[in-house]
Design a protein. Sequence first.
Lengths: 153, 153
Amino acid sequence: MGKTLSPHHAELADVATVDDALALVRARGGRATPSRRILLEVLFEAPRRHMTAEELAQAVRVRAPDVHLSTIYRNLEELERLGVVVHTHLGHSASAYQLASSAHGHFLCEECGKTIEVPDALFNELTRSATAEFGFSVNPHHFAILGRCADCS
Amino acid sequence: MGKTLSPHHAELADVATVDDALALVRARGGRATPSRRILLEVLFEAPRRHMTAEELAQAVRVRAPDVHLSTIYRNLEELERLGVVVHTHLGHSASAYQLASSAHGHFLCEECGKTIEVPDALFNELTRSATAEFGFSVNPHHFAILGRCADCS
DNA sequence: GTGCTTGCAAACGTTTTGCAGACTC
DNA sequence: GAGTCTGCAAAACGTTTGCAAGCAC
């Protein structure tokens, strides 16, 4: 595939409102378009909810029916580059997008598909030894940890 | 998507040779076909090497030029169900297949794409607290852990 | 001969891209 | 007006599936 693994996002931006985010967009020469504003509104309305690009597109279309899925993808990519948005891979299906400020780790059950949100503290020891032994700094948010949940064990 | 997240593989099978694996296949009512034997030979020749389905297909075709990629996928799926083979997701690209007996965890650099093989011991603490706090039993092999390697930090 | 396996082609779901027109600033 | 952004269509990617012919047992 040879493509970049993730849009190497900036430091987590200090973005508390839709307008903060649009200001960031403008600061790098971008424009504050309706589709961008509405996408951000949707993200800020349920900041802890994971949504796929398709789900975001449907939510955006309630207010602007003609916004195309490819526009959603392009805007998410841009917002991710700016550090406003983050995506997580929950297993084999579509990526889940979220505001960067509410990012967290995930356990995903291989059996039933249930996802469990995990406090970052659980990764402290792994993060510490990864750095100590490999000089590797772990990002526990980007891919879910797979396994079996209590019900399926 | 709604499909099974992973072919819920049997316990790791005690399979030390190609013929052991083919015996397992037969025990399930399957047949020992040339494409299956050659695929297993390729896997046993470099047991620690990760290979994509496409790479395996190319290697198999050296000995049997007409083996189709879909046959590779079907046979890998079957061998995974039998506990002989395991696959890992290394980032956004194609899955990496391996003999189950040489499975291990991975760190993958989001910046440069380098993968680091990780001893399972590094996951001990995460595994322990995941069980204690969530009743979740971690499988550290199925998805790589992302982050930044020493060179890219 | 039974029925598992194969090659092929075509579909799949997610994501990316090329383009001409539309819009923001 | 310059340059960014959009909708659309089409492609890309890895993977799966339906089918009729082929092979293992």
